[in-house]
Structure formats: structure tokens, C-alpha cells
Design a protein around this ligand. Structure first.
Ligand SMILES: NC(=O)c1ccc[n+]([C@@H]2O[C@H](COP(=O)([O-])OP(=O)(O)OC[C@H]3O[C@@H](n4cnc5c(N)ncnc54)[C@H](OP(=O)(O)O)[C@@H]3O)[C@@H](O)[C@H]2O)c1
Length: 378
């Protein structure tokens, strides 16, 4: 029996989903993609055209042909082994091999097959966008399999390039800001976004303005106009201005550190705040260094130390923000993109065979929005 047919039958038997499998006759049981086979930084990235094709293993999963994807700082960190203790535990639970580790956390593509419990608004042949949880094989590959909860139909009004450049950074801002609480209730709240020119920052500014929040943003000189155009009310050029003077006496409901400045930065400027949220939590570094139990204890101590002043009422709360593959968040972005309130900001577009260059660009920093990879040339 032909290996491709065999594979489809195995998938169908496991998932009892033969009646919803689409036409995968053009695919073999192998695919192309970018992965690492050991931790060694971005130099360990390899292109391979014989990666195992991902298969649907539960009736809630969807098999997607990837058209576009993006690179994020998490991908770069994962090539160095970041988060491996926690991610390997999750992989062990889900029976996923660590290597080859395919990178890429967000995508736009076409549904080629689906499990029998997948909701009716996702049909074979639909163009979708979605995210890949960090312990699962990623989307810098021809195909990806994800749970139905992390995709929706691609929003109207953006192309495949833009559709790969919103969800990972956007959902990080969404989860970190507890944005579901701010939708409809954010009007007039004062938000400061540090690093408003990057992937997370450009989306956070647009999200906040869509909810009528008052936004102060920091960025470097050549992105001041872009951040103003995104709607920020007050833009501070962190390279030119004296930040102590610029922030003296300013008060914010929330400060979002989207510039990688860390928890300690909360106390460096003469501002006041209700919450300071950094996207540089030490959690995974701690578990990598000290194991799951002691690493978690270290993180609890770190969080307590960052909040000593808050406990005694002298400062606001310091919190950690994380990417979260939230179905509610994905639906929020779909609606906001369709209503024109949020648009993707793209720094650079690379072809599939230029993925290494895309990572080099990411590593150099100073991004203005997202780096996109065109997996399928159409
Ligand atoms: N915890 C999580 O789950 C999670 C998820 C996503 C991202 N992150 C982290 O969140 C941060 C933002 O991610 P990203 O993807 O948006 O990164 P990015 O695209 O590289 O953006 C960072 C931006 O900050 C600017 N910047 C650097 N230093 C600054 C400063 N002192 N003040 C103001 N702006 C400054 C950079 O531009 P210039 O250098 O030209 O000024 C750049 O545009 C990164 O540290 C990333 O690792 C964490």
C-alpha cells in the first residue's frame, strides 16, 4: 500500500474522522520545514525536506497547509534551549518528540483536513489564521496541526502576509494586560507602553486606542512618527529625551514593558503606576536552571521581591506577562481587524528559503513590527 494512503488511514482510524478528511492526495508523509536537532542558537537552524508530516491525533485538531508564518523572539530563544524543562514536560504529556524542533508560533494557511469534532465554521479549504502553543511542532514548515481553539477563519481585509503578523504578539499583549477586562471598560485608563515600535508594542498601542485608552508610548527617534500614526497620544523618544524629566510626576494605570527592560525597571523612573507588567518573566529561566520544583520556588521569591514595595503600599503591583493562545483573544483580533481598528505592521518579508536571514534580522533587533516568512509562493 502506498505510504501516503497508509498514513491517511492511520490518522482516520485513530481519530475516527475519516468522513471529514480532506483531499490530501498532493501530500506525501514528509514535508519541508526549518528545525533544530540540538540546542545551539540560530546557527543550529536547518532546512529539511524530510520532516515527518504532522498528523491529526484528536478529533478537535485541524491539519493546515501553511502559506505564511512569522519569527518571534521566542523562536530565537528556543534555539538556545530556553524553556526546555517546562516545554519538555508538556511534550512528554502530549507524546511529542523534542527533536526535530520545528520553530514558528503563528501562521496563515488553508485547512486541508479536520477532526470530526471541529466546529462547523471551519471547513476544508478555508483560509485560517492561528497560533501554535510553544511545546508543539511549529509553523515554519509546509504543514502544521493545531487544536481548533487556536484558529479562526482569516479576517476579511488583510492579506496572508498581514495575517501571520498579529496573533503571537497580539495575544501576548492581550493576556499580559488582561485585555478581556479592558474591552468596553478601558475608556480613559492611562496606559504607558515601553517599546511601542516592536511587534508587541505596535499592536498594544492599537488595541488600547481601540478601547479609548490614553496612551503614552516610548520608542526611538526613527519610529516616533509611526507610533503617533498608530494613535499614541504622547510619544517619548527614549534616545533623545531625559526620561527622568519626561516621566516625572506621571501616573499610569498600567505600564507595559514591551522593550525587554524587566521588573527592576519599574523602580528606575519617577512615575507612579497601578500595575507594571513586564514580558521578561524569569519563570522559564528559573526552571531551566533549577528544575521544575526549585525553579518555581525561585520564581515565587522573585515575584515577592519585585513586590515588596507594593505589599507595603509604596508602589503599584509588578506583574509578569506571557503569550497565551486564547480563543477569546483570537476572536477579538479577528473582529478588530475586520473593523479596521487593528492592522498588522510588517518590518520585513522573507521567502521560505531565506528563513535563516529572517532569524539574523530578528537577532539584530530594532524591529518595526513583524518579520514574516512566505512558506508558499502563490
Ligand atoms: N513573555 C512572553 O510570553 C513574551 C511574548 C512575546 C514577547 N516577549 C518579549 O517582549 C518583548 C517585546 O517583544 P517584541 O516581539 O515586540 O520585540 P521587538 O519586535 O524586538 O520589539 C522591541 C522594540 O523595543 C524597542 N526598544 C528597545 N529598547 C527600548 C527602550 N529602552 N525603550 C523603548 N523602546 C525600546 C526596539 O526598538 P529600538 O531598539 O530601535 O529602540 C523594538 O522596536 C521582548 O523582550 C520579547 O522577548 C515576551
Amino acid at each position: 500500500m502506498d505510504s501516503k494512503l497508509m498514513l491517511v488511514l492511520v490518522v482516520a482510524i485513530i481519530c475516527d474522522c475519516s468522513h471529514v478528511l480532506g483531499d490530501r492526495s498532493e501530500t506525501s508523509d514528509q514535508m519541508s520545514g526549518w528545525s533544530i536537532r540540538e540546542y545551539g542558537g540560530i546557527n543550529s537552524l536547518q532546512f529539511s525536506d524530510n520532516l515527518e508530516l504532522p498528523v491529526i491525533r484528536s478529533s478537535d485538531e485541524v491539519f493546515v497547509e501553511v502559506y505564511t508564518t512569522a519569527v518571534n523572539s521566542l523562536d530565537q530563544l528556543m534555539t538556545e534551549g530556553y524553556g526546555q524543562r517546562v516545554l519538555n514536560t508538556l511534550r512528554w504529556i502530549s507524546e511529542i518528540n523534542e527533536f526535530p524542533l520545528i520553530l514558528g508560533r503563528e501562521f496563515c494557511g488553508v485547512v486541508r483536513a479536520k477532526g470530526q469534532s471541529v466546529r462547523a465554521d471551519i471547513q476544508i479549504g478555508d483560509k485560517v489564521w492561528g497560533v501554535v502553543p510553544p511545546h508543539q511542532p511549529g509553523s515554519i514548515a509546509e504543514y502544521v496541526v493545531v487544536d481548533q481553539s487556536v484558529i479562526t477563519r482569516k479576517p476579511e481585509g488583510i492579506d496572508d502576509i498581514g495575517a501571520a503578523g498579529i496573533l503571537y504578539a497580539g495575544l501576548t499583549a492581550w493576556a499580559s494586560l488582561s485585555f478581556s477586562d479592558l474591552v468596553g471598560g478601558g475608556k480613559g485608563k492611562r496606559l504607558c507602553i515601553l517599546g511601542a515600535s516592536g511587534g508587541v508594542g505596535t499592536l498594544a498601542v492599537q488595541m488600547a486606542k481601540a478601547e479609548d485608552m490614553i496612551v503614552t508610548a516610548t520608542c526611538s527617534t526613527n519610529s516616533v512618527q509611526m507610533v503617533k500614526d498608530l494613535g499614541a497620544d504622547h510619544v517619548i523618544d527614549y534616545r533623545k529625551e531625559d526620561l527622568k524629566e519626561a516621566f516625572r510626576g506621571l501616573s499610569f494605570d498600567i505600564i507595559l514593558d514591551a522593550a525587554g527592560l524587566g521588573s527592576d525597571y519599574a523602580t528606575t523612573l519617577p512615575w507612579s503606576f497601578g500595575q507594571y507588567i513586564t514580558l521578561q518573566p524569569p519563570v522559564l529561566n528559573n526552571t531551566d536552571a533549577n528544575g521544575l520544583v526549585f525553579g518555581t520556588i525561585n520564581s515565587a521569591i522573585d515575584l515577592l521581591q519585585s513586590n515588596i514595595q507594593s505589599i507595603f503600599g509604596y508602589k503599584g503591583l509588578v506583574k509578569w506577562g506571557f503569550f497565551e493562545p486564547s480563543a477569546q483573544g483570537i476572536e477579538y483580533f479577528r473582529r478588530q481587524v475586520e473593523s479596521g481598528k487593528i492592522k498588522p505592521i510588517i518590518d520585513t518579508i522573507y521567502n521560505f528559503n531565506e528563513t535563516k536571514e529572517a532569524f539574523d534580522k530578528l537577532a539584530k533587533g530594532h524591529l518595526r513590527g513583524k518579520i514574516i516568512i512566505k512558506v508558499k509562493n502563490n
